[in-house]
Design a protein around this ligand. Structure first.
Ligand SMILES: Cc1cc2nc3c(=O)[nH]c(=O)nc-3n(C[C@H](O)[C@H](O)[C@H](O)COP(=O)(O)O)c2cc1C
Length: 175
């Protein structure tokens, strides 16, 4: 089974990146095959719906999505939604998302944006028939000290999310 974690923040001090790295650590601890795509280090062009699909970095991103059985998107919440870089990745790689199991790790400024990931979740379900994990991680600044995640409750939630990702991806693959 192959898993892909996409860190979608372009901020050099990203907290969602920390969430994604924690999920990676847990997946590696159970010997899972994990690919980590950091959009800050693998910049992608804006989707123009046309010639951009032929660019090598877009083809490579689509291949990495395609190869994964399960995907975790670690995303910053911007303007009550996932950030634009996350949406741009999905616009660029479209059909590669078909039938994937997808989970979310969200970093936000406050608690009132809790349901902001739903718009992206809906689009993945309706456009690409992704199986979206109903359990997701949502963390605010209080859960971090500098670059470190210091909240045991969030750590537990990441553990539960990675376990559920493996369980569902595995059962869909074998059935
Ligand atoms: C342009 C912008 C818009 C934001 N909009 C929201 C928002 O709607 N709700 C919220 O809770 N936090 C919002 N925030 C705060 C970010 O979610 C928070 O800084 C989070 O840590 C970003 O993730 P990152 O650290 O991985 O980049 C916003 C931040 C920026 C820069």
């Amino acid at each position: 089974m192959s898993y892909l974690i996409v860190a979608c923040s372009l901020n050099p001090e990203s907290r969602s990146l920390v969430l994604g790295r924690q999920a990676e650590k847990l997946l590696l601890a159970v010997d899972a095959d994990v690919d980590f795509m950091n959009l800050r280090e693998n910049p992608l062009p804006f989707c123009d719906g046309d010639s951009v699909y032929a660019q090598p970095e877009v083809i490579s991103a689509a291949e990495r999505v395609q190869k994964a059985d399960g995907i975790l998107l670690s995303v910053p919440i911007y303007n009550y939604d996932a950030n634009a870089a996350a949406k741009n990745l999905i616009e660029l790689t479209g059909k590669s998302w078909e039938d994937k199991v997808v989970g979310f790790l969200c970093a936000a400024g406050g608690h009132s944006s809790y349901m902001s990931i739903m718009s992206l979740a809906n689009s993945l379900m309706l456009d690409f028939r992704c199986i979206v994990l109903p359990r997701f991680v949502y963390a605010t600044g209080e859960s971090f000290e500098g670059e470190n995640l210091t909240d045991p409750e969030i750590e537990k939630r990441i553990q539960e999310l990675t376990s559920q990702l493996i369980k569902i991806a595995l059962s869909l693959k074998t059935n």
